[in-house]
Design a protein around this ligand. Structure first.
Ligand code: SF4
Ligand code: SF4
Length: 382
């Protein structure tokens, strides 16, 4: 077995600093941009409480300090308080990423008592009609408003997340005004990243460049007004890499900082990697230390010896690691290829044609494929 810190091919590997516990794929909402796998309904096994506790302990022993509880909707797990309490006992900084559905003021208080450090509530839009249409739930918006307030009342910073796409990008001013009215501390305006259900719905979700530029200008102008007014609310606008000429340094490099454990115990270098034709290990069969340092799945794209051209001889490969393996796989059929977002990629035309399609897209919300068990089963069967 290799010693932590050094792999057989000479690549130096540090410990995972971030652990993402995807507790479940169950969720009461149906967001058409959900990053969960399309075939989530075929992976309905979930780790038990004891197994999750063991995952948290192993992760912390390895050096992980940041812990995210996500899903699906992590609140559907009845053992969430117990897991939070264990996370606090182990010394993690823990973050709950939630839709707010299934939350109530008593639970927020119980989580605070158990030691949860941070809660992020996601919204779909600034008004109930659009929010609920995108979420696929009639009661989502009111519940989210109430829970955002409950989080703040419990003494947490109010952290709100909006996924931005062509159906809500015109609402930028209204979204920020809503956040301001609620007293939000941090607002993430994250344009859709095209993985999972978002990739399937990409044509119906992707904004045009003109829409994007207008939205970014509105955010910048609003930010300046907030500053003038002495507001401490922070706005973070995350642009989509489909409009960049260089890819992102995906996950800061494969198997470098991030370790995700899926609901059934599959260990992944990122939450999307499940789609890749790689045999990923499971925490029920191997120790997490062995998974991280020695499994073929986690070593697959470490270092740069796997890179074909143009990345192999590119002087930027130490900066972006060739981009995202999942994006390369989804857009070219081969995960070894350079991320097509890159202007040097021979497959960059796939990005250019997606941009052109976004200029002419007309699909309404009702034409999107919503993320639910029925659609997932249909996808899996086909
Ligand atoms: S993106 Fe929407 S459907 Fe997916 S897990 Fe989050 S709330 Fe549920
Ligand atoms: S060719 Fe590869 S390494 Fe170079 S900038 Fe593009 S994606 Fe990055």
């Amino acid at each position: 077995m290799n010693a932590p810190g050094k792999q057989a091919d000479g690549v130096s590997v540090g410990p995972p600093l971030w652990l993402l516990a995807e507790l479940t794929y169950r969720c009461p909402l149906q967001c058409p941009y959900c990053s969960n796998p399309l075939d989530f309904s075929s992976a309905d096994q979930e780790l038990t409480t004891e197994q999750w506790v063991d995952v948290l302990r192993q992760g912390r022993t390895m050096g992980a300090a940041q812990l995210g509880f996500s899903g699906g909707e992590p609140l559907v797990r009845q053992d969430l308080s117990e897991l939070i309490s264990e996370a606090r006992h182990l010394g993690y900084y823990s973050n709950l990423i939630t839709s707010g559905l299934g939350l109530n003021a008593d639970k927020v208080e119980a989580f605070a008592e158990a030691g949860l450090d941070h809660i992020q509530v996601s919204f779909q839009a600034s008004d109930p009609e659009l929010n609920n249409a995108v979420a696929g739930s009639r009661k989502a918006f009111d519940q989210k408003l109430a829970m955002a307030r409950a989080v703040k009342e419990a003494g947490y910073p109010m952290v709100l997340n909006f996924v931005i796409h062509r159906h809500n990008i015109h609402q930028m001013n209204d979204i920020i005004a809503l956040c301001d009215k609620l007293g939000a501390d941090y607002v993430e305006l994250a344009t859709c990243q095209y993985y999972g259900w978002a990739f399937k719905n990409r044509e119906g979700l992707m904004p045009s460049r003109a829409q994007l530029e207008k939205a970014e200008a509105e955010v910048n102008a609003y930010r300046a007004r907030l500053l003038d007014a002495g507001s401490a609310m922070k706005l973070i606008f995350v642009t989509p890499d489909y409009y960049e000429e260089r890819p992102k340094a995906c996950m800061n490099g494969w198997g470098s900082l991030f370790l995700t454990v899926a609901p059934d115990g599959t260990a992944l270098p990122c939450h999307s990697a499940r789609i890749l034709p790689i045999d990923f290990p499971n925490v029920t069969e191997m120790s997490m230390k062995d998974i991280w340092y020695n499994s073929p799945g986690f070593n697959h794209y470490r270092g740069d010896s796997w890179m074909p051209e143009p990345c192999r001889s590119c002087d930027e490969k130490g900066k972006d690691f060739g981009g995202c393996r999942c994006q390369a796989y989804m857009l070219t059929g081969n995960a070894d290829n350079a991320d097509p977002v890159c202007g040097k990629s021979p497959h960059h035309d796939r990005i250019l044609s997606a941009r052109r399609a976004a200029d002419h897209a007309t699909a309404g919300i009702e034409e999107l494929t919503f993320r639910n068990a029925e659609n997932s089963r249909l996808f899996f069967r086909s």
